[in-house]
Design a binder for this molecule. Sequence first.
Ligand code: ADP
Length: 493
Amino acid sequence: MNTVRVLQVCAEIFPLLKTGGLADVAGALPAALAAEGARVRVLLPGFPAILAGLEGSTELARLAPPGAMAAAGPRLLFGHLPACGVDAYVIDAPAFYARDGGPYADAHQQPYPDNHLRFALLGWAAAQLAGGLDAGWVPDVVHGHDWHAGLAPAYLRAEAERRGQALAPSLFTVHNLAYQGIFEAAHFAELDLPAHFFAMHGVEFHGRLNFMKAGLYYADRISTVSPSYAREIQHHDQGCGLDGLLRSRAHELEGILNGVDAAVWNPAVDPLLPAPFSADDPAGKAKCKSALQRELGLTRAAGTPLFCVVSRLTEQKGLHLILEALPRLVEQGAQFALLGSGDPALEAAFRAAAEANPAAVAVRIGYDEPFAHRLIAASDVIMVPSHYEPCGLTQLYGLAYGALPLVRRVGGLADTVADARLETLDGDATGFVFEPFTAEALEATIRRALALYRRRGDWKLVRQRGMRQNFGWDVAASRYMALYGILAPHSAP
Ligand code: ADP
């Protein structure tokens, strides 16, 4: 068995700190990799929620990062995160990480002006660990996630150049290419990277500094979170300016689909639901629906199809299409419930839709993990009409919870949902898929979903097939293990 030592480097981890799917992945992957024999530790910034979850922590080192990062007086702690079941290195630097607001932006959604330093420190600390900062545990592979960890591969390379000797190889995983961590060029000098790194073949991006590009350029291997997204980001329209670099590294890039953490998302044992249910015994789903209709003040009717959305409210998610289609959805006798937060204009528009028709439309603005479980369990359809979607998790939760996904054919959505058409009902159908990014295409697909809903036998067949899909983390974990094996072939004792 491969007992590779893997250092996961990321900015958030479920259940302690989560802004999106990245946290779900960071929370689930360590256990899945450990089941394959890997010895995993994570490196995280010391956000208050992370520090609060760290048990038995000891100070491993007082860190001496370059330049302005030193002013934060960072210390490296080591301890255990029981909520995540993983040992962790945490950078304790209150001046950087103990702030009101979110991990990346303040309460007004304004990115913190020193984000380049806050996350450069994360990458720098990863390279220190690879260089032997903890003599008792030196990683064989450094695995960074998204732009927050993008400088880890760059600092690894810089340290290797300085020492004349390679450190641990790195894997860099893109969870969302649109968020890149771009900063003014003047900040490059604060990072203490070799001057020649600020180049087109390096961290420079149209005259500015780009953390995502640093990860993509300096990592030994790249992955992203679905096979379709791995292809899409090599093209101009989804490459966010980095498609050329990604094309040049195509042979070192692969798509590994995220999984569902069955310890968190399993309707048969989910303590957050009013009644359990499963593919073989779906009766409890009706109870979940009726309880939710009561909770939200929707008309209580078992036979009324309930459509839902659980999402960050951003342009990426295509929610304006749903706003356009909503009147027709309701006219056709369906109900709609949304849980989300984000863009104030979208929040206001959905609120107005609910106020206009409270018996059929319910909207809860905010971030509410337990409610997300209850809503998906109660719903017949979960809609994810994204403009782009690296993997998407809510459609997978929908499949597991008997809420048929209605998705756009893009990214991970295209890889995980099979369209229900007459000829696929007895085959592989698990949901509804549309292609053009228009309200008309969405409306037509809603009509198809409603038509199938009226054919109860067929509906139950498709729903049961969806619930039996296996999106366990074991599949992804074995793919990551194979990559670690390529990167560090001599790590097994
Ligand atoms: P993204 O990472 O782009 O936000 P994903 O579908 O990959 O999209 O992951 C989103 C995760 O965040 C899922 O676990 C989803 O259930 C959760 N989520 C999104 N919005 C909310 C919310 N308002 N309340 C609770 N959970 C939410």
